[in-house]
Each structure stands twice: as structure tokens, then as C-alpha cells.
Design a protein around this ligand. Structure first.
Ligand code: DHB
Ligand code: FE
Length: 280
């Protein structure tokens, strides 16, 4: 049977992709950020996951105001890096796992989560930056990826509670897939950041670290944080953190932290990174 063995949370700041592509991973500004991912790169090499369900948000690259899916699952065979204005990043295409993705889509929809099914799209920094952080510069990504896109760009995004419940349903779906697969779930985005307006540059270290604490152990207090609290305490783009709760929901009642990293600043954002395993 397929199993979800671990969860990874990480910020997805596009500047990290640029820094990595230009070989600046070790300079004064980026060195301490990338250093916090070295443990994870070594761990991923030994874990060798077959598939990553990669929860991320599209930033007006594949979708725009014409179509705004709340939850969408990529059921395609392959996805190209999106052109976000400077040409597509020169990173490998992302290879999907269409069979598992269609299985998950079927299970989720019959479980009353009305997913949008996507067969063709390009994937932006929300998805490719986490891959670079976890695997570095490679000829091919060493995993298949099922993109799971969440609307956190246009009001109203889904509630944290609904995201957590979706994670629980994803776990049920993976666990009834007949092939032996090592599956990880990654939640991306966050932590505190606001990119525009009077509060641009807002960072809230105390709140972020309390959120990191809440991801670990057997409490489900994070699922009840209202949207207004993310906005007030973590800035307008801090709402991306509801995507971490989809990952957390797949972990079951309790988690153990294998690795934790927090660094301020990276561009306008507080970098947060966690590696979790189910503890129940
Ligand atoms: C930044 C952070 C993001 O999460 C994003 O999607 C775009 C930009 C930033 O801090 O620059
Ligand atoms: Fe973002």
C-alpha cells in the first residue's frame, strides 16, 4: 500500500530560486538561509520518496482572475516551469504521477471535497522553489510530483480548518492506493510577509514561532485560527500558511519534528521550514 511517511513545510520566496540559479547559495545574505536546508537535502537522499504531493499556490501564472479554483489537483503527466516575467527558470520539467493523482481526485471528490482537476498547466515559484531547496541543482527531479494548488491569492481563501480536513482526506486516499509507494506531503508558502501597501515588510517572529510550535505534537489548535488573525498578525501574504495545515492534516493526530529552521529576512518574508513525521 502507499504510505505518507513524512511532511515538509517550507517558504517559497522566488528570490531563493534566483539566488540558487545564480550560484549565490553561500553568500553572506543567502548562506544562513540555505544552511537551514542542508539537513533536509541529506535526509531526502536517504528517504528517497517516490511521490511528493506538493501543496502550493499559483501566483497568477497558470490561473488569473478568469478562473480561481479553491483546491485543484494536477492529474497530468508533466508540468513546465512557468514564465513569471523573466523567462522560465532553467530547472527540469516536473513529472507527475497521473495514476495516483486520479485515484486521489476520485477519493477526495467521493469524500465530498469538490476538487478541480487539472491536466495541463505550468508551475511557478510556489512549486519549483521548494523543489530546488530540497534537491539542489539536478538534471531531473528525483521524485514524481502531484501539484495541489490552493487559492490564497484572491479573497476568500479556504479556512484553515477545511485545509486540515482536506489533509485528513488525502491521507485516507493515499492509504487505499494499492501500489507500494513512499509518499511525502509538502506544504509551502509563508511565513509572515506582506508584499504591498502601508504594512509591506511586516514580519512577526513571535507569531511565526508559535505557529511552528503548533505544527509539532498532538494539538490541533492551529486549525481554528481565523483568516483575520493571519492578516492582522502575519500580513496579507501570511495567509499562505493555511497550506501548511493541509500537510499537517495528512500527518494524523500527532507529529514529531525531525528538523526546524527559521530565518529573517529573505526578501520581504520570514523563512520557515519544518520536517515532520507522523507520531501516532
Ligand atoms: C515573496 C514571497 C512570496 O511568498 C511570494 O510568493 C512572492 C514574493 C517575497 O518575499 O519577495
Ligand atoms: Fe507566495
Amino acid at each position: 500500500m502507499a504510505r505518507i511517511t513524512a511532511g515538509v513545510a517550507t517558504s517559497h520566496v522566488p528570490l531563493l530560486g534566483v539566488a540558487h540559479d545564480l550560484g549565490k547559495d553561500k553568500d553572506d545574505y543567502f548562506g544562513p538561509i540555505f544552511a537551514g536546508y542542508e539537513w533536509t537535502r541529506a535526509w531526502e537522499k536517504s528517504e528517497k520518496p517516490d511521490v511528493v504531493i506538493l501543496v502550493y499556490n499559483d501566483h497568477a501564472s497558470a490561473f488569473d482572475m478568469k478562473v480561481i479554483p479553491t483546491f485543484a489537483i494536477g492529474c497530468g503527466e508533466r508540468y513546465k516551469p512557468a514564465d513569471e516575467g523573466w523567462g522560465p527558470r532553467k530547472v527540469p520539467d516536473v513529472i507527475g504521477h497521473a495514476d495516483l493523482a486520479w485515484h486521489i481526485a476520485q477519493c477526495l471528490i467521493l469524500d465530498e471535497f469538490d476538487m478541480t482537476i487539472i491536466n495541463e498547466m505550468d508551475v511557478d515559484h510556489g512549486l519549483t522553489v521548494p523543489l530546488s531547496m530540497m534537491f539542489g541543482a539536478v538534471e531531473e527531479w528525483p521524485v514524481k510530483v502531484i501539484p495541489l494548488a490552493v487559492n490564497v491569492v484572491t479573497y476568500p481563501p479556504p479556512s484553515g480548518n477545511r485545509c486540515w480536513a482536506l489533509g485528513e482526506a488525502i491521507r485516507r486516499a493515499v492509504e487505499c492506493y494499492g501500489e507500494d509507494l513512499n509518499v511525502q506531503v509538502w506544504g509551502t508558502g509563508g511565513m509572515s510577509h506582506q508584499l504591498q501597501g502601508a504594512r509591506a515588510g511586516l514580519i512577526n517572529k513571535e507569531w511565526d514561532n508559535d505557529f511552528l510550535d503548533g505544527m509539532i505534537g498532538d494539538s490541533d489548535r492551529l486549525r481554528h485560527i481565523p483568516h483575520i488573525e493571519y492578516l492582522r498578525e502575519t500580513g496579507s501574504e501570511g495567509i499562505e500558511m493555511v497550506m501548511w495545515l493541509i500537510m499537517r492534516g495528512t500527518m494524523g493526530p500527532a507529529t514529531r519534528a525531525l528538523h526546524r529552521h527559521y530565518h529573517v529576512p529573505c526578501s520581504n518574508t520570514a523563512i520557515g521550514h519544518l520536517v515532520l513525521e507522523p507520531a501516532a
